[in-house]
Design a protein around this ligand. Structure first.
Ligand SMILES: Cc1cc2nc3c(=O)[nH]c(=O)nc-3n(C[C@H](O)[C@H](O)[C@H](O)COP(=O)(O)O)c2cc1C
Length: 228
């Protein structure tokens, strides 16, 4: 399988990417998959200009001459695409959102109305054969609604992908939190093995990955520097 990983953390030492690396360890345990990791922050990806030049040409390429066309080549040929990024203002970091915006060369202007009432653009690529997984870390403890906007966007853009939304991820890089971070890394590795076999994750597995490492009150006290 060809696996494309779009790493949207701008940090060298990403909390989220630690989880994704553990997942990849399980996913590619036998080393037989081709894994391309794109650190988006290191690529030249301009914002979409909204010119629709891609649709005028209809060749699946963006008219802007930067690193996006190489990403589009990987994208259209991938069997699995993993979007790994921290939650920023309840959504994707802007540099990664630019990558997503600039996937529109992969669809046409023609619109299709689905049976459920939704409307989408006709695809140039067979997206149904691409399995998408979203791994998103965030700084808050778990609270209803933190990931709602992101979930809605990913559901619509990627066609109901598997999503793993992890609270309290700054703990991944706190040495004193290793006692709770290491077991989570172990669960991510196991989840990678499950994904390799089934190309999906069970609800039970996702719940285990999203389970807060420590209770919300304790997390908030640590963040606020209280010794309580
Ligand atoms: C600009 C910015 C916006 C953020 N917005 C949110 C947010 O909406 N919700 C949240 O829970 N955490 C938010 N965070 C916290 C990050 O998601 C958190 O620190 C995460 O662990 C960083 O992951 P990384 O190390 O993989 O980049 C934000 C951080 C930054 C810098």
């Amino acid at each position: 399988m060809k696996i494309l990983v779009l790493n949207g953390s701008p940090k060298k030492k990403s909390d989220t990417f630690r989880l994704t690396e553990a997942f990849l360890k399980g996913l590619n345990a036998d080393g037989r998959h081709a894994v391309d990791i794109v650190n988006v922050i290191d690529r030249q990806i301009a914002p979409c200009r909204g010119c629709f030049g891609c649709w005028a040409r209809g060749n699946g390429r963006c008219v802007i001459d930067d690193d996006q066309n190489a990403i589009l080549d990987l994208y259209r040929n991938a069997d699995v695409i993993i979007w790994s990024f921290p939650l920023y203002c309840y959504g994707m970091p802007s540099h990664l959102k630019a990558v997503l915006d600039r996937t529109i060369p992969l669809v046409k202007m023609n619109m299709v109305r689905e049976a459920d009432g939704t409307v989408r653009h006709e695809a140039l690529v067979d997206f149904s054969r691409i399995h998408t997984l979203v791994i998103c870390g965030c700084g808050f403890p778990h609270w209803e609604g933190n990931f709602d906007g992101l979930k809605q966007m990913c559901k619509t853009c990627f066609g109901d992908p598997d999503m793993v939304c992890v609270p309290e991820t700054p703990l991944m890089n706190v040495p004193a939190a290793a006692v709770v971070a290491e077991p989570l890394l172990g669960r991510f590795e196991k989840a990678g093995e499950e994904y390799a076999a089934a190309l999906s994750l069970s609800e039970e597995t996702i719940a285990g990955l999203e389970k807060p490492m420590i209770p919300a009150g304790e997390y908030i006290r640590h963040v606020n520097g209280s010794a309580e």
